[in-house]
Ligand binder design. Structure first.
Ligand code: OAD
Length: 240
């Protein structure tokens, strides 16, 4: 564990130009969206790992869609918090997120890699066509005009991430003068394999112990909305 003051001092010493930000569900916890592995992660006694799979969707698409409609509703009503907003102030930062909630974009970040997709995008299971659909569906499970089932355009357990996104994310992390790792348990690969690639200053923000901590130099045990604005301000000051 490190103090935020130590991390801020390192930022002032290094005056980082290139910034990469790796985020997980914890960055949105302060917006009221439950994390996957924390309290509130259960829905009707199901773990996300039981529902976010191709097998669960094949077995019971209506159940999986009910869970997604619940999450889509929570996210629709949520707002970016001080952490998303501070990150968006650094317009040149590359944001690499495991989150499907779109809150970084709503906060104004532009350079975003959504490793696990976006919960408001849907994909036809027959044609593969992707469309944004933010509103609640009238019919559950929803169907494409072609008659096939629609699915959320997110990456489920057992599915592959885009190789192109992963390669780009790895390059960005390797080249960054500073890498912030915010609100991830660091247990889901391949996303969890990105932080160890960092060569610059590494700072984790997470109120609890995580698997990511062993790969970082500074581990700040604070909530994202508390610590992130201070870290981002330090980067702005160091660059000024
Ligand atoms: P997890 O739910 O595994 O972990 C969330 C992390 O956020 C934990 O380490 C918490 O301690 C931390 N946390 C909680 N509140 C926080 C706060 N206010 N500020 C900062 N951190 C906080 O979520 P992820 O690591 O994102 O994948 O999970 C990775 C992937 O597993 C998800 O993208 C999803 C999931 O199941 C798929 O669906 C494929």
């Amino acid at each position: 564990m490190s103090s935020i003051e130590d991390a801020i001092a390192a930022i002032h010493d290094r005056a980082p130009r290139t910034v990469a930000v790796l985020t997980g569900a914890g960055v949105s916890a302060d917006s009221g969206i439950p994390t996957f592995r924390g309290a509130g992660g259960l829905w009707r006694n199901f773990h996300p790992q039981q529902l976010a799979t191709p097998e669960a969707f094949r077995r019971d698409p209506a159940l999986v869609w009910e869970w997604y409609e619940w999450r889509r509703g929570l996210i629709r009503d949520a707002h970016p918090n001080a952490a998303h907003e501070a990150i968006a102030r650094l317009s040149d930062a590359a944001v690499i997120t495991q989150n499907v909630d779109g809150l970084h974009a709503r906060a104004g970040s532009r350079n975003i890699i959504e490793l696990h997709g976006n919960i408001f995008r849907v994909r036809c299971t027959r044609e593969g066509t992707r469309t944004m659909h933010e509103q609640a569906f009238d019919e559950i499970p929803p169907h494409c005009a072609c008659g096939a089932l629609l699915r959320p355009d997110v990456v489920w357990f057992g599915e592959s991430l885009s190789n192109e996104d992963l390669a780009k994310a790895a390059a960005v992390v390797r080249d960054a003068d500073i890498v912030l790792i915010i609100g991830t348990s660091g247990v889901v690969y391949p996303a969890a394999g990105l932080a160890p690639l960092a060569q610059g200053i590494t700072i984790e923000i997470n109120p609890d112990a995580s698997e990511a901590a062993e790969h970082v130099r500074y581990s700040i045990q604070m909530r994202a909305a508390q610590a992130t604005p201070r870290i981002i301000s330090a980067i702005e000051e160091a660059r000024a």
